[in-house]
Ligand binder design. Structure first.
Ligand code: LLP
Length: 413
């Protein structure tokens, strides 16, 4: 997988596939999200081939980028889906996804959401607590259904990532503590209302080292063995998402050692994955126009028309995103803060970044914005959300229109 292939300079102009981003931006306006359709396909295929030996069911994590066109594309590629809300399930209904390839995860499913998943009869409901299991059991009884469930285990494994997106430690709200499994199995033995078919974990996101996944897998195997000794049949192991991508110059994770371990121990169990970022992270950019180059006492600010409401990752996780000018310039010559118009000091895309000289009217791309970009956009400061566009070779298509100001106030009295 090479980002260079899909976003590259040609005659000094940054292209997405065969489309010059500046040409696209002229027609669509800025800020706008642009995705490479073929990069999404290629990432999906590369994930599949990395784990080919274990023949997994890949359930794309809808939360990473839930645009209907992207979901349809992944469905065509043979992907299943992982959702965490009724809203995401609704999207899957809209694209006619096969419920038998859908996992419903999440720590706080409401009764209505559980009902929706039960009516659809999804492949697995990933249960995250004793309390949720109790609700699910009574709901299943009421509805006269007999759903397959999986337990999301909290393996208490540390993962090297930002603390806000690390989820596999005991202190985190996610998953079932290992010492509560016994309680759960007692409940499961008593009930005839749900069927335990799987175990899973999701230890966090943007993890570039495979060791924590392998540690968690080893723990999961142990739990599976214990449950099987008690008479449960664990048909699948859901290894979550979380595999990271390089944003700066980090090495890509070595998936082959992980795949080896899985192949050695999977037995007749099916492996499930829930990748999000790996599939779409490097396939999108956020294009913005420079409004001002503001000289201040301590700093130079490049004020652009995109902002934290469009892409919140730098503000929320101090995440690094490469920034490239749309028109290639010879030298990096200025050190600037790239900031948006939102009234918060935390509204920035980059700080103290060395960039080529950029002037008002110039365009730039915030790279690797395909995952957790548009999906986390808001109308803060009553800023309409940016459009989403995708490129397929030499043509592009708007796959979500820019919001209007009327859209922003819809439903208000
Ligand atoms: N499965 C579950 C249960 C999850 O909670 C997540 C992500 C995934 C799968 C997909 O993880 P991925 O493969 O994309 O790492 N907004 C943050 C990331 C939040 C991740 C939340 N859960 C960011 O921008 O970095």
């Amino acid at each position: 997988m090479s980002l260079a292939q899909f976003f590259h300079y040609q005659n000094g102009q940054l292209h997405c596939e065969d489309v010059a981003l500046a040409t696209l931006a002229k027609q669509v306006g800025t800020p706008c999200y642009v995705y490479s359709k073929n990069a999404i396909r290629e990432n999906f295929q590369s994930f599949r081939s990395a784990f080919e030996r274990v023949d997994p069911l890949i359930c794309y994590a809808v939360k990473a980028n839930s645009n209907l066109s992207i979901l349809r594309l992944l469905k065509e590629e043979g992907s299943g889906f992982d959702v965490v809300s009724g809203g995401e399930l609704f999207r899957l209904m809209k694209i006619g996804a096969d419920p038998n390839r859908v996992i419903f995860s999440g720590v706080g499913k409401t009764v209505d959401e559980l009902k929706m998943a039960l009516e659809m009869s999804v492949l697995s409901l990933n249960v995250e607590s004793v309390e949720e299991l109790e609700t699910l059991i009574s709901l299943s009884r009421e509805m006269g259904v007999f759903p397959d469930i999986s337990l999301r285990v909290n393996p208490d494994v540390e993962s090297p990532t930002h603390p806000y997106i690390s989820t596999g430690l005991r202190e985190h709200k996610f998953g079932i503590d290992l010492d509560r499994i016994e309680h759960i199995t007692a409940l499961l033995k008593e009930t005839q209302s749900v069927r335990l078919t799987g175990l899973g974990f999701h230890i966090g996101s943007q993890i570039l080292d495979v060791q924590p996944f392998m540690d968690a897998f080893t723990i999961l195997l142990k739990v599976a063995g214990e449950l099987e000794a008690e008479g449960f049949k664990i048909e699948h192991l859901d290894l979550g998402g979380g595999i990271g991508i390089p944003y700066q110059d980090e090495d890509e994770p070595d998936l082959s050692v992980y795949a080896d371990l899985l192949a050695e121990h999977q037995g007749d169990r099916r492996i499930l994955f829930e990748p999000g970022r790996y599939i779409v992270g490097n396939t999108g950019v956020l294009v913005s126009t420079v409004l001002y180059r503001k000289a201040a006492n301590e700093k130079t600010f490049l004020i652009v028309d995109g902002a934290m409401n469009d892409l919140i990752r730098p503000s929320l996780y101090q995440a690094y995103h490469e920034i490239r000018p749309l028109h290639q310039k010879s030298e990096d010559s200025m050190v600037v803060d790239v900031v948006g118009p939102v009234c918060e000091t935390g509204d920035f895309f980059a700080r103290d970044r060395r960039l080529p000289p950029l002037d008002p009217g110039d365009l730039l791309a915030v790279m690797n914005a395909g995952a957790y970009g548009f999906v986390a956009a808001s109308n803060y400061n009553t800023r309409p959300r940016a459009p989403e566009v995708w490129v397929d070779r030499d043509h592009f298509e708007v796959i979500r229109e820019r919001e209007s100001l009327e859209d922003c106030i819809r439903g208000e009295g």
